[in-house]
Design a protein around this ligand. Structure first.
Ligand code: ZN
Length: 381
């Protein structure tokens, strides 16, 4: 795919996401294990209430210690992760600019000019911004994990039986809820609820895409190209649909009807520059999770797309993401199952939803991404 945008850095964000998903799974395993043990001890009728409370306090402390360890490690790793992600994104932006300009202008630009460029102040700022975006996710882990354990075993402190449903059934339901909700719900500043790993992925992708686009723009400007166009994207976001095929300027100095020189014929040609990149961004273009990007525009050589709508593609992709969420949901239910029966039922559901994914990808031609169905390797202890 040409240009620079979130699609070009999706792999970087996915790698970071997988780290957090592994952490989430490890936390779910520990909470489920402690809750299961708490319940099983308390299903024995001869236990005395006092020791139940002590058991629970100890289990809650173990859960808390595990969560604190994981949160601390993620927080400690974040600056290096952010540095690496932004560095690679900047490199890709430079490379994309060079590659596309070379193709458009039919030339071979010089490769590396000796020493690698140092980290620019913009890059340092972008990296810090990403760390700031990740930080609230870490501080939420301890609280949400403790809450998840507390909620899962809350009813063990109540009366032994609450009418129609027995204690074992209560336990089964509590564990199912735990599997449904996971242990690391995250609320962003706007109050939206996220799976922790999804939030992290989105934040990383947005930050690195911004770096990549800026790096492509800077590199192109250094080669004398200050105009860009918005390539066609399959399964486009509705918000950016009006920008497809439009020409943008790097700094806003060229906006409106502009006369430029056709590089192929050396004749003057008139083009319409829609806005500056900053204006387009302010209007929502390149929003978080945007599928769009920008490519250098060379008058006469670049061919901005026309008539690019693909609403069916977008619907197909949304359906695939929904099916993947179902698979992950039932895998979590499997991990938090109260007993073998529950585990087998959850496993069957996983298989059902995976079959639905196979049908969907077959009929739409979309590529299946097993990684997105995984709930992580679960090896973080
Ligand atoms: Zn968009």
């Amino acid at each position: 795919m040409p240009g620079a945008g979130e699609s070009e850095v999706a792999d970087l964000a996915a790698a970071v996401r997988d780290t957090y998903r592994a952490a989430e799974d490890s936390l779910l395993d520990v909470v489920a294990e402690e809750a299961r043990r708490t319940w099983q001890r308390n299903l024995k009728p001869d236990r005395r209430r006092r020791s139940e409370v002590v058991d629970q306090a100890q289990a809650a402390a173990r859960v808390g210690a595990h969560a604190a360890r994981i949160a601390k490690r993620l927080e400690a790793q974040a600056p290096a992760v952010a540095d690496e992600v932004t560095r690679v994104a900047a490199e890709r932006g430079e490379r994309a600019a060079r590659r596309e300009l070379d193709t458009l202008l039919g030339r071979q630009s010089r490769r590396d000019r000796g020493s690698a460029p140092g980290r620019s102040p913009e890059l340092v700022r972008a990296s810090r911004g990403l760390v700031d975006a990740l930080s609230p996710a870490h501080s939420s882990i301890l609280r949400t994990t403790r809450d998840a354990y507390r909620d899962a075993v809350a009813d063990t402190l109540g009366p032994y039986s609450s009418g129609a449903i027995g204690r074992e059934e209560m336990a089964r339901r509590a564990m199912a809820t735990l599997g449904d909700q996971g242990v690391t719900e995250f609320r962003d500043r706007a109050g939206r609820r996220w799976e922790l790993a999804s939030y992290v992925e989105q934040a990383t992708r947005a930050a690195s895409a911004r770096v990549m686009v800026d790096s492509l723009v800077d590199r192109s400007a250094a080669s004398g190209t200050r105009l860009f166009y918005v390539p066609d994207v399959q399964g486009e976001c509705a918000l950016c649909r009006p920008w497809e095929g439009e020409i943008l300027s790097a700094d806003g100095s060229l906006v409106g009807e502009v006369e430029v020189e056709n590089v192929l014929t050396s004749e003057p040609m008139t083009i319409e520059v829609k806005a500056s990149l900053a204006e387009a961004r302010a209007a929502g273009f390149l929003h978080p999770s945007c599928r769009h990007g920008v490519s250098p525009f060379v008058p006469g050589a670049s061919r901005p797309p026309t008539n690019t709508a693909d609403p069916q593609g977008e619907r197909d992709r949304e359906r695939l993401r929904a099916l993947e969420r179902h698979v992950r949901h039932w895998k979590r239910r499997e991990a938090a199952a109260f007993d073998q029966v529950g585990r087998a039922q959850a496993k069957a559901k996983v298989r059902d939803w995976q079959a639905a994914i196979r049908d969907h990808t077959k009929s739409t031609g979309l590529i299946r991404q097993p990684k997105r169905e995984r709930v992580g390797p679960g090896v973080v202890r």
